[in-house]
Structures are given as structure tokens and as C-alpha cells.
Ligand binder design. Structure first.
Ligand code: NDP
Length: 317
């Protein structure tokens, strides 16, 4: 009996700007790509309000609207989307076999673009006020806090970088860190400590984010003295790290110790035929536009790989 498993030349896993841009390019290259979009379509941009730094939108665009436009553009060139999560990739078989919760498909090449999720504190008030003063991206949202006081949570390089960036707009930036020692590199620590607008509050945890419709402050606990206090701020930037969505191929494709996929200078993963784009490998820039650029590059590389494979197979045949 013939197999009913659908087959595609290129399967793209993930539907943020990296995956959708890969879909546009692979679609225009007539590769009939399938995007396995996940059940949470669109990635981190779906929880972003105004995106003001994506080129071509001088008035800005809402994150979900940008995703919708990218999707329409990918679909226009014949890209199919499946709203399922990939649970497993068989990297030993050729074509590759992708298993989702409900079905499976095979693909000659795979572009991984599953992104990374920001880590959050896990407070209900944080979820409620996300996009209303709570953010995980100063580059995206810092501009909205001109002339205001804000807090950055975390003690790593991201927190220092976010805080320094926010000094361009905010009148005061508090860095709240749970220990008495910062994790950030010495140079970043020094820059933050020496900045006149930045104040460090150490050995302190955020217990609640205050405000009904917008952030009005944070409730803090000093974990050494058990003293509590409310700090009035208009913005809270949570910078306590990210988690790359690489769990479903763990151990099969090379990653660093945090789970970010390692690639070469042509967006190739450690397994031939697997390409990678966006925050799944890039913990440095983490921008929609850099993810989209990487999606383009990964699709061009996948196209070249397939052309080469086809050529080699024809010669062998
Ligand atoms: P890190 O994992 O380095 O730091 C996370 C910070 O958040 C730590 O200080 C940690 O505290 C704190 N934290 C974690 N969970 C919680 C929690 N639940 N509540 C309160 N605080 C918490 O992540 P980063 O995103 O800062 O950096 C990731 C990588 O990217 C690093 O290797 C970094 O060097 C690199 N990077 C480099 C930059 C540069 O060079 N310009 C810029 C940004 C990132 P604790 O210290 O107590 O564990």
C-alpha cells in the first residue's frame, strides 16, 4: 500500500519571523514548503504590542499584524501551514521524518526556527501586565518609557545591557537582582554601576508587579533583612534569561550548554540537510529583523543543498 505520509522538499519548523521568511523564500523557489507552525502561532511577536523598528513600517506595526502579513506573503507563494507542534525529528532517516502530536511528514531538508522563550518570574501580575508596562525587550519597548522610571530584573549581561539601553529614555533605571553579586561580565557590571541614571538594588526579589491596567510599581522583598517595600516605576523589564526551544531534538543536533543550536557561517546545523534560523541559535541580537534575515539565508542555503543533492543523485542514477 502506498504511504500516505505527506512529503515536502523543505519543512520549516516554527512560525515567527525566521520561519515565515524562510517560507516566503522557499515558496518563491518553488520548493512547496510546509511550515509546521506550532499551536502557538507566530512566536514572541504575538505578545508584543507596537513594533517600531521593523524596516518598512515607518508608523510602526503591531506584532500580531506583522506576523499575519508575513504569513500571507508566505502563503501567496504556495507555502502550507500546519498548526501542530513537532515532537520528534528522526535525523537518521532520509528523507527526515518529523512527528507531530497528530501526524507525521517527511522532508528532504529541514529549517529549524522554533525560537526561544523569555524566562519570566512566574507572577500572575506579570502575565496580566505583559504589554502594559511589563516587557522582556528594551530594544522593542524602551522608547515608550521616555521621561519615566523603570526597573530591570536580573543580574546577567542581558539585564546590564537592557538597563544601559533604557537610560536613553528613562530618567532612572533600577536593576533588581536576587543575590549580592551580579552574574554579568565585569565590563558590563562596571558600565552599569558607573552610570548616573542606574541604581542597583541587590539581594532583592520582586514579589508582585503593581497596577491594574498599567504598571505603577513593584513590591520588593529584601531576602536578607525580610524588609518589604513598594518601588514606584512605570515599566518592568524582565531580563532573567531565555530558553531556546530545542528540547524536541535534544542530543541529536549540536547545541551549546544552554540549548542554543550551533551553526556554521551558512546557517547549517551539525547534521547535513538541517538549517537553523532565528533565536534558536542567536542569543545575541534577538530581533525580528535579524531573525527574518536568518530565515532568508537558511532558505537560500536549503535551496542550494537540495539542488546539489538532486544533481548528485541524478549523476549516481
Ligand atoms: P544569564 O543566565 O546569564 O543571567 C540571568 C540572570 O537572571 C542571572 O543573574 C540570574 O540570577 C537571574 N535570574 C534567573 N532566574 C531568575 C528568577 N527566577 N528570578 C530572579 N532572577 C533570576 O542570562 P542572560 O540573558 O543575561 O545572558 C545569556 C547569555 O548571553 C550569557 O552568556 C551572556 O553573557 C550573553 N549575553 C552577552 C551580552 C553581551 O556580551 N553584550 C549581552 C546579553 C547576553 P543568578 O545570577 O542569581 O542566577
Amino acid at each position: 500500500m502506498p504511504s500516505t505520509t505527506p512529503h515536502t522538499k523543505v519543512a520549516i519548523i516554527g512560525s515567527g519571523p525566521a520561519g515565515l521568511t524562510a517560507g516566503i523564500y522557499a515558496g518563491r523557489a518553488l520548493l512547496d514548503p510546509i511550515i509546521v507552525a506550532g499551536t502557538e502561532f507566530g512566536g514572541q511577536l504575538m505578545t508584543t504590542t507596537e513594533v517600531e523598528n521593523f524596516p518598512g513600517f515607518p508608523e510602526g506595526i503591531l506584532g500580531p499584524d506583522l506576523i499575519e502579513r508575513l504569513k500571507q506573503q508566505a502563503v501567496r507563494f504556495g507555502t502550507q501551514l500546519i498548526s501542530e507542534n513537532v515532537t520528534q525529528i528522526d535525523i537518521e532517516s532520509r528523507p527526515f521524518r518529523l512527528t507531530t502530536e497528530r501526524s507525521s511528514l517527511t522532508a528532504d531538508a529541514v529549517i529549524l526556527a522554533t525560537g526561544a522563550d523569555s524566562k519570566w518570574l512566574g507572577l500572575e501580575s506579570e502575565t496580566h501586565l505583559r504589554g502594559h508596562g511589563v516587557s522582556s525587550c528594551a530594544t522593542c519597548d524602551g522608547f515608550f518609557f521616555r521621561g519615566k522610571e523603570v526597573a530591570v530584573i536580573g543580574g546577567g549581561d542581558s539585564a546590564m545591557e537592557e538597563a544601559l539601553f533604557l537610560t536613553r529614555f528613562a530618567t532612572k533605571v533600577y536593576i533588581i537582582h536576587r543575590r549580592n553579586e551580579l552574574r554579568a561580565s565585569k565590563i558590563m557590571q562596571e558600565r552599569a554601576k558607573n552610570h548616573p541614571k542606574i541604581e542597583l538594588i541587590l539581594e532583592t526579589e520582586v514579589k508582585e508587579i503593581l497596577g491594574d491596567d498599567f504598571v505603577t510599581g513593584i513590591h520588593l522583598l529584601n531576602n536578607q533583612t525580610n524588609e518589604t517595600k513598594n518601588l514606584p516605576v512605570s515599566g518592568v523589564f524582565v531580563a532573567i534569561g531565555h530558553i531556546p526551544n530545542s528540547h524536541f531534538f535534544k542530543g541529536q543536533i549540536a547545541t551549546d550548554d544552554k540549548g542554543y543550536v550551533l551553526i556554521d557561517d551558512r546557517y547549517r546545523g551539525s547534521v547535513s540537510g538541517i538549517f537553523v534560523a532565528g533565536d534558536l541559535h542567536d542569543h545575541h541580537y534577538r530581533q525580528a529583523i535579524t531573525a527574518a534575515g536568518a530565515g532568508c539565508a537558511a532558505a537560500l542555503e536549503a535551496e542550494r543543498y537540495l539542488a546539489h543533492e538532486l544533481h548528485t543523485n541524478v549523476q549516481k542514477g
